[in-house]
Write a protein that binds this ligand. Structure first.
Ligand code: MG
Length: 209
């Protein structure tokens, strides 16, 4: 019996953008952490963008541009991603990667700590917010995501289960738990968490009422 990943790769592997592997190679060369999203999350983001017709996307945590690449490929021509990144080195590698993919004009990279740059977006509203950044600020990021939303906005958040699954020893666990709790309790949100990485981690998906 194949594993989930083997089966899924068999189904979708040859439809996967080959540039994604080049992005990974670049990240490896630059010594960046390989903590990019798994393929099933990339594909789900594409499905969500397509079903909702999302055009304005906010990403917290650009890293080397890997998830922007997944999302950018599903965006219509007039779609835009605003991506926040605290680490200049990550932003530089992402810029190179996205340029090579022909996506740089669709991705506005905002460098700096997200909690300091988010207020500059106050007047904007996003159709989809993807949170995949420093876990210690997850509760604050959820507040901002809701603030920059409109009814129907999707808030998708990576890594909401692994630390809890590991027994909670990681110092960042309480922040992830607080995020999950606030999301589940927020009356403006309809939300769920689904397993990823064969159940080792989870993805939160919330829709704003
Ligand atoms: Mg992640």
């Amino acid at each position: 019996m194949p594993t989930f990943d083997e089966y899924s790769d068999g189904l979708f592997g040859n439809r996967r953008d080959p540039l994604l592997d080049q992005f990974l190679e670049e990240a490896r060369r630059a010594g960046l952490p390989e903590i990019q999203i798994p393929d099933e999350v990339g594909r789900l983001l594409q499905v969500l963008i397509t079903t909702t017709g999302a055009r304005q996307i906010l990403e917290l945590g650009l890293l080397f541009g890997y998830s922007s690449m997944w999302m950018g490929r599903a965006l219509p021509d007039d779609g835009r991603i605003v991506s926040l990144e605290a680490e200049p080195k990550h932003a530089a590698v992402a810029r190179r990667n996205l340029e090579r993919a022909g996506l740089l004009e669709r991705v506005e990279i905002v460098e700096g700590e997200a909690l300091k740059t988010l207020p500059s977006l106050e007047s904007r509203r996003f159709d989809l917010v993807f949170i995949d950044a420093d876990k210690g600020n997850y509760p604050g990021y959820l507040d901002w995501a809701v603030r920059l939303s409109h009814p129907g906005t999707l808030i998708v958040t990576d890594n909401v289960w692994s630390r809890i699954a590991d027994g909670g020893q990681d110092l960042l666990t309480p922040f992830v738990e607080e995020f999950n709790q606030h999301m589940a309790e927020n009356p403006r949100l309809v939300s769920t968490i689904i397993p990823t990485r064969g159940g080792q981690d989870g993805l939160a998906v919330a829709a704003v009422r």
